[in-house]
Design a protein around this ligand. Structure first.
Ligand SMILES: NC(=O)c1ccc[n+]([C@@H]2O[C@H](COP(=O)([O-])OP(=O)(O)OC[C@H]3O[C@@H](n4cnc5c(N)ncnc54)[C@H](OP(=O)(O)O)[C@@H]3O)[C@@H](O)[C@H]2O)c1
Length: 293
């Protein structure tokens, strides 16, 4: 495994992390505790120390599976979770941004994760008006002072330039952005700000929701997971692009998923990728991508 410093947090994170939305059960598979124990046990053996989850991946379900799996070696892990959304049934969320509501989310996350402190607490994809509330950040700083949070991050949606610029002002030290071979937008405006403000960068959806694994053909219908809600026409176009990339950019004999993760990490502004993982084989393959950089 290789490690990079997560911006000004100073945390040394493995360049390959684990994205844990999958453990919440919205990717066509429910996970048992034994499966998560096995995946995260193997991740540790492979040198992975970074995991990204959220309050709404199931009703604190992903956090709870992670908390049980990591309780014996909590100190070996950097746990990132999020606030602002509430799970309201399969793929349904309500938003909760008041300090009172976030305090409840935070307490529930700490309990589910079986920890006294969250290493990275991220604003979970909210609009600029919510993000700009001074009292929200003052409240979060109080929680950090009380030791419940170590660092603050922002996991942004598609329109995020304004929020990125305000990171320093609000004490945000890490940006989580959509970045992969099909989505390169952060390179032009956001990465330069991250560099200037010394922000860590987590590339989420580094496999473009699995498309960049190269295993799906144009026309694939995703029946039973969150990808069934994607626009079919856009899926087709993106999978055509993946076919072309596979032919023209991925060297012969190289696993495309590994290539796609390494592609993100070749940009020195990216601290780590957090590919979502559904089984041991994917975890092991993703960890090996570190050898390609
Ligand atoms: N708003 C937010 O804050 C937000 C939103 C989205 C994601 N995230 C975070 O980012 C993480 C990553 O994003 P993501 O999970 O949406 O997308 P992703 O990492 O691009 O894709 C994950 C999917 O790719 C497939 N896959 C993974 N490793 C593979 C391998 N080695 N070979 C072949 N297929 C492989 C798996 O699905 P199949 O095997 O079924 O194809 C897996 O579910 C999430 O888990 C979550 O922690 C945050």
């Amino acid at each position: 495994m290789k490690y990079r410093t997560l911006g000004k947090t100073g945390l040394e994170v493995s360049v390959i992390g684990v994205g844990a939305w999958q453990f919440g059960g919205e990717w066509g598979k429910d996970f048992t505790q034994a499966e998560v124990d096995q995946i995260l046990g193997r991740a540790k053996d492979l040198g992975i120390n970074l995991i990204d989850t959220a309050e709404c991946y199931g009703d604190h379900l992903s956090e709870s599976l992670i908390g049980k799996a990591l309780q014996k070696n909590r100190k070996d892990w950097i746990i990132a979770t999020k606030f602002g959304h509430k799970y309201n049934g399969y793929l349904e969320r309500t938003h909760q941004w008041s300090p009172k509501e976030i305090l409840k989310q935070l307490e529930d996350s700490l309990k589910a994760l079986r920890t006294d402190t969250i290493d990275l607490y991220q604003f979970h994809t909210g609009d600029d008006n919510v993000f700009g509330q001074e009292e929200l950040w003052a409240f979060l700083k109080e929680q950090a002072k009380a030791g419940k949070i170590r660092h603050l991050g922002n996991s942004v949606g598609n329109d995020y330039l304004h929020q990125t610029k305000l990171s320093e002002k609000f004490g945000v030290e890490v940006m989580q952005v959509i970045y992969n071979r099909l989505e390169t937008k952060p390179e032009t405006e956001v990465f330069p700000i991250c560099k200037e403000q010394r922000l860590g960068v987590l590339a989420r959806m580094p496999l473009a929701s699995g498309f960049l694994s190269g295993k799906y053909k144009p026309g694939t219908v995703f029946g039973n997971d969150q990808r069934s809600r994607f626009d079919q026409k856009r899926n087709f176009e993106r999978l055509k692009m993946v076919e072309e990339i596979k032919k023209t950019e991925v060297p012969e004999g190289v696993n495309m998923a590994q290539w796609a993760l390494a592609w993100c990490l070749k940009n020195s502004q990216v601290t780590a990728v957090i590919p979502g993982c559904k089984n041991l084989e994917q975890l092991e393959s993703n960890a090996q991508a570190a050898e390609l950089i």
